[in-house]
Design a protein around this ligand. Structure first.
Ligand code: AMP
Length: 413
């Protein structure tokens, strides 16, 4: 594996080891915890996937078990900077109470007088949930005054919302300066950081990254960064067709971003210079329509007729990719291999997920990061069979890219 220039892993993460969630005593402290309760709801307003709530529980329980109290703040959805019942966090109360096994106190205004009255004299063991922070435009703007108001709710600040750690919002970054001596990550963020660190700082090899999903454009930065680090780069999903076309292949009606053809060629060239083996699919499951009910044909990936499009990787590609994954010690996966939402085009993504599970069972470390590969691994019920599933898609990608993330810097500075 190649050498890494991960600035903040070495310095910043360890600098904070003096005070962390494990060794801090929360007895009689009011812990203001930024959680990520941006969970999906069904048509009746019930939580349809409680993963993010479950993941926040260890941090909350640590505070409560120490004899402290917890004030939880989060965003949900994209309200238009105003109260909107569709995005109210009151919809998650019963789910949260079930997981915490206790009643919580809900406050319908995160900076309302009543909320401050309650949090100012909160008894140990009590949990307050504040209403959606994004009902105030100041949250996303990173407004200092708003952040300082929020800060009044707690004696100590914990950031455990990995999904928003790449945003310089009031509650995720700006607020931290109000707690110069009492700020820390929660267990969830600690684990996310440890997992990325484990992949990027490990001396084990080979390191294989698998990228897929719809477009090259949305993953270009991560691909360019990965080229410097990995031994193998597997490219699947819709983005593979831009690479195939760049190499003069015939891809029919498949998804292609013509404005990225030159960049695709540059990536192929860079990979050679960096000694990275790029694996593109060699065959493809094709259809005349973007539909689950039209006939499927297996085509060589560079010989797709004009009236067909590739919607999944084919059986030969699965074999090749599986072999590479099986020989890897470290595996990073972001983005599905095909249109996995349609049952006819799931096989590539399922097979890759199983190959990663098998490699993990044999001792490799696997990190699944990014929205749709996480959705896929959950859909196939394999989430507990890989080493780490990240809760933050965008945050994980930016972290892997080596960017300085505002929420992390705010704690470590
Ligand atoms: P992303 O958010 O960029 O990771 O893209 C995920 C989406 O890519 C999923 O909704 C997939 O259905 C889609 N996708 C994967 N492969 C293809 C393909 N061959 N053609 C069109 N869309 C695809």
């Amino acid at each position: 594996m190649k050498s890494f220039g991960i600035r903040y892993f070495r310095g910043i993460f360890f600098k904070n080891n003096l005070m962390n969630i494990s060794n801090y005593n929360f007895s009689n402290k009011r812990a203001l915890i930024r959680v990520d309760f941006n969970v999906p709801l069904n048509d009746s307003g019930e939580v349809s996937d409680d993963t993010r709530i479950k993941m926040a529980i260890p941090t909350i329980n640590k505070v409560l078990n120490d004899g402290g109290s917890a004030i939880l703040m989060s965003h949900m959805g994209r309200p238009k900077d105003a109260q909107d019942s569709k995005f109210s966090l009151n919809q998650i109360i019963s789910c949260l109470e079930d997981h915490l096994n206790r009643k919580i106190i809900f406050q319908d205004d995160c900076i309302g007088d009543k909320a401050f009255e309650i949090t100012s004299s909160l008894n140990p063991g009590k949990v307050v949930l504040l209403e959606n922070l994004r009902f105030y435009s100041q949250e996303k703007k990173g407004d200092k005054e708003f952040a300082s108001k929020l800060a009044k709710h707690g004696d100590v600040y914990i950031n455990d919302a990995f999904g928003t750690v790449h945003r310089a919002h009031a509650s995720t970054a700006v607020i931290a300066s109000n707690f110069p001596k009492n700020k820390m990550f929660g267990y969830l963020i600690e684990n996310e950081i440890k997992s990325v660190k484990r992949v990027l700082e490990s001396n084990k090899s080979p390191l294989t990254a698998i990228v897929g999903g719809a477009k090259v454009s949305s993953k270009i930065t991560i691909i360019s960064q990965l080229i410097k680090k990995v031994d193998h780069l597997i490219i699947g999903g819709g983005m593979a067709y831009t690479f195939v076309k760049a190499m003069n292949g015939k891809v029919g009606k498949s998804l292609v971003e013509d404005e990225y053809l030159d960049l695709a060629n540059e990536i192929l060239k860079n990979s050679k210079e960096n000694n990275v083996k790029i694996h593109l699919p060699i065959d493809s499951m094709c259809s005349k329509e973007f539909s689950n009910s039209t006939e499927i044909t297996i085509r060589k990936i560079n010989e797709i007729p004009n009236d067909e499009m590739g919607l999944d990787i084919g059986p030969e590609s699965i074999k090749i990719f599986t072999k590479v994954i099986n020989s890897s010690q470290l595996i990073l996966w972001n983005g599905p291999m095909g249109v996995f939402e349609m049952s006819n085009f799931q096989k590539g993504t399922i097979s890759i997920a199983h190959a990663i599970v098998e490699a993990t069972e044999k001792g490799s470390f696997s990190l699944i990061g990014g929205g749709d590969s996480v959705a896929a691994i959950n859909l196939f019920n394999l989430a507990d069979k890989v080493s780490h599933v990240s809760t933050g898609g965008g945050a994980m990608l930016e972290y892997l890219e080596g960017k300085d993330l505002p929420g992390i810097i705010a704690i470590n500075n």
